[in-house]
Design a protein. Structure first.
Length: 413
């Protein structure tokens, strides 16, 4: 094996290992992650090759970070550099990912890694929940004090790895229904999805419960984007899945109606200010702060006080991510960053339809759910969770750089 092949192999192993660790061990094992990042930076010697649109997207993300820092220093906030890594440093690293993913098979390796990480998360979380229920001690490999608890005939799972499933579950769901050749038994993929949806229910987490309720309908909205054969496959598989889901719902409701009622109540508590006083207090406070400086905001690192009935603390980060962006960077900053987020989604859907790219569509559906989850749980504010943004940008970059070498069937010549 020559040096070039060896280098490519090391880049692939390092990059995919880093992706697995980011998904399965959020905010952990940073020493290993940093080593892998440094190794990638040493090994990748390619000249940055980005399309103009992707360059603009990266520039605007970086600009948003600089803008927040500038306003923070201008108003002398306590910690103006609090988001410098998310919006300034990490995007520079993810450029390395973007410029190295230049072949379709590279995306297939990425999706296979996502599947492996997804399986690890689902089976471990279910195993831990089972151990809690039957009294069998299962080692806690995360830093959460109370990973799983049961209360009032419902349950709550606090594993942060569920945030990774917000992206991976929709991706794998679309690929299974579309019969994408993942190189893994389709029957096993279906089994993993069933286990995933069961985990979503017992987790008591509204963001993933929403995915479970809404996701089966997505193929109907996007089926017209693809060839007649693929459209038929998606719709047929969706109908079968919905019938199975409805059958399971009827059986559970017949023999244990309290189960359905309790978990339904968990979901609707999000709209009750008495049940969720913290988020409602945050919303009121952040809107008031936005009204004080609506155009430019207060700047990154501003400490906002969360009044009663909230946590009664000062903070520079809040669950209501979009409200927080409005308060901290105003209309100007909000338009910059949300404009980038929406452009990735809308332009990505356009490309996925034009290229008949089922894999890209699955990325975009997962990305869409990440955007929804980010409204009440800032998942796009962590190094371990922002990678879906740059995975979609890498796919856009791939198609734009190769648009002159694509035939009518959407395949590279």
């Amino acid at each position: 094996m020559d040096l070039k092949i060896s280098r490519n192999y090391l880049i692939a192993c390092s990059g995919l290992s880093l992706l697995f660790l980011m998904m399965a061990f959020i905010s952990q094992l940073y020493a290993i992650k940093i080593v892998l990042m440094l190794l990638l930076m040493i090994l990748i010697r390619k000249k940055p090759n980005l399309s103009n649109n992707v360059k603009i997207a990266y520039f605007l993300i970086f600009l948003y970070g600089i803008y927040g820092i500038f306003i923070g220093f201008l108003y002398q906030t306590p910690n103006p550099l609090v988001f410098v890594t998310i919006y300034c440093l990490w995007p520079l690293f993810y450029i390395l990912y973007t410029i190295t993913i230049v072949k379709e098979q590279y995306f297939k390796l990425i999706i296979q890694t996502i599947f492996v990480a997804h399986v690890f998360i689902v089976f471990y979380d279910l195993l831990y929940a089972w151990g809690t229920l039957v009294g069998v001690p299962i080692p806690n490999i995360y830093t959460v004090e109370i990973p799983f608890s049961i209360y009032d005939d419902a349950s709550r799972m606090n594993f942060v790895n569920l945030n990774s499933l917000t992206f991976s579950a929709p991706v794998l769901f679309i690929l299974v229904l579309g019969k994408y050749d993942l190189g893994i038994s389709r029957l096993f993929q279906f089994f993993v999805l069933i286990c995933t949806f069961f985990l979503f229910i017992i987790s008591g987490r509204r963001s993933v419960m929403l995915i479970m309720a809404v996701l089966p309908f997505f193929p109907f909205f996007f089926s017209n984007f693809f060839s007649k054969k693929l459209r038929h496959t998606l719709v047929k598989s969706s109908v079968v899945f919905l019938l199975l889901f409805l059958g399971a719902f009827i059986v559970v409701d017949k023999y244990n109606p309290q189960f359905i009622e309790n978990y339904t109540q968990v979901f609707f508590n999000a709209f009750d200010s008495e049940k969720e006083p913290v988020k409602f207090a945050q919303k009121k406070m952040l809107i008031e702060k936005f009204k004080e400086k609506p155009i430019f905001g207060h700047g990154s690192g501003e400490m906002f006080f969360e009044p009663s009935p909230g946590r009664m603390t000062y903070g520079d980060q809040f669950e209501l991510s979009y409200h927080f962006k409005l308060a901290s960077t105003g209309i100007v900053g909000f338009i910059i960053i949300i404009g980038v987020y929406l452009w990735i989604l809308i332009y990505g859907i356009y490309l996925a339809r034009r290229k008949n790219d089922l894999l890209f569509l699955s990325f975009l559906v997962g990305y869409f759910f990440m955007l929804i989850a980010d409204s009440t749980n800032p998942v796009l504010c962590s190094f371990d969770l922002i990678w879906p943004i740059y995975l979609c940008l890498a796919k856009i970059n791939y198609w734009e750089l190769n648009k002159e070498n694509i035939n009518s069937n959407g395949l590279l010549i």
